[in-house]
Write a protein that binds this ligand. Structure first.
Ligand SMILES: C[S@@+](CC[C@H](N)C(=O)[O-])C[C@H]1O[C@@H](n2cnc3c(N)ncnc32)[C@H](O)[C@@H]1O
Length: 274
């Protein structure tokens, strides 16, 4: 396991609470991903890091009567998946680590990993595993975050937490950080090196809408994995200081409809080599 399942289980209740916001923000990237994958009825799909399972429901509808295995490494996320998929007959929830898949070789037609690969310390290990379980000619669909300069909705909170000493380091572009796969050329290279061809990487704008600064801070700080845990254990004074600094950073995005913060994802698709 290359990211701690504890952190993601710890924020699972918040992911449950903010499902609607998560899906609304990711909708443009999800649409682009589904269009590029061209799923057909009868296909067998593996979703990794499936979180709360909304995408799994869409995948299951697209491939019915084919099967979807919706998986996550964090036990509390798997519990959310089970409840989301309760009425979806052609999808099952499983606990799987993307870097050590307990599935046979060449056993799935399509593998989807939305907003998860960049969080792994060793994304190459997961890509090799994905290539192993995909049949030759099978399709891969990834969504990762573009660079920090395109994602002020997230950076504003992380930068403020850093300024007030709650987290250390520079922009999280290093291994396992949310922006670690934000360089399209690097992403293309990693995917190709794992045994894929026709690798395509396309940017998609994913703006987030919030009523005000308070809603922005509460939402992002609740959902962020390791950062969320750091904020949840901060003193009341430290948290108030981070909140105030974040509000100062995001006020420039205020509109008559509330805060609209820019965001950008990269949608990557590829075909497994023969
Ligand atoms: C940022 S969330 C994204 C969830 C969902 N895919 C979405 O787009 O809303 C990342 C997810 O990846 C999962 N994850 C982290 N490390 C993983 C690993 N090694 N294998 C599988 N899933 C992992 C986390 O538990 C979490 O549910």
């Amino acid at each position: 396991m290359t990211t701690t399942s504890f952190s993601w289980s710890a924020v699972a209740p918040a992911w449950d609470r903010y499902r609607a916001h998560i899906e609304q923000t990711k909708a443009p990237a999800t649409t682009a991903l589904l269009e590029a994958l061209r799923l057909t009825p009868g296909e067998r799909v593996l979703e990794l890091g499936a979180g709360t399972g909304e995408l799994a429901v869409e995948l299951a509808a697209a491939v019915a009567p084919g099967q979807v295995i919706a998986s996550d490494v964090a036990p509390a996320m798997v519990a959310l998946l089970e409840s989301t998929l309760h009425d979806t007959a052609n999808a099952t929830a499983e606990q799987l680590d993307a870097c050590a898949l307990t599935l046979p070789d060449a056993s799935v037609d399509v593998c989807v990993f939305r907003m998860g690969l960049m969080l792994l310390e060793e994304p190459s290990a997961a890509l090799r595993e994905i290539r192993r379980v995909l049949r030759p000619g099978g399709r891969l669909g990834l969504v990762v975050w573009a660079g920090p300069e395109h994602n002020p909705w997230m950076v504003a909170v992380g930068m403020s937490a850093m300024m007030h000493g709650l987290v250390s380091g520079g922009p999280p572009t290093g291994p396992g950080g949310p922006f670690s796969l934000s360089d399209p050329d690097r992403l293309r290279g990693l995917v190709a090196a794992a045994g894929f061809r026709d690798v395509d990487v396309a940017p998609v704008e994913t703006p987030s809408h919030f009523a005000d600064e308070a809603e922005h801070f509460d939402t992002v700080s609740s959902l962020a994995g390791p950062l969320g845990v750091a904020l949840a254990t901060a003193s009341a004074d430290a948290l108030a200081a981070v909140r105030a600094t974040t509000a100062d950073i995001v006020w420039q995005y205020k509109t008559e409809e509330g805060l609209i913060l820019p965001g950008r994802a990269l949608v990557c698709t590829a075909i497994a080599n023969h």
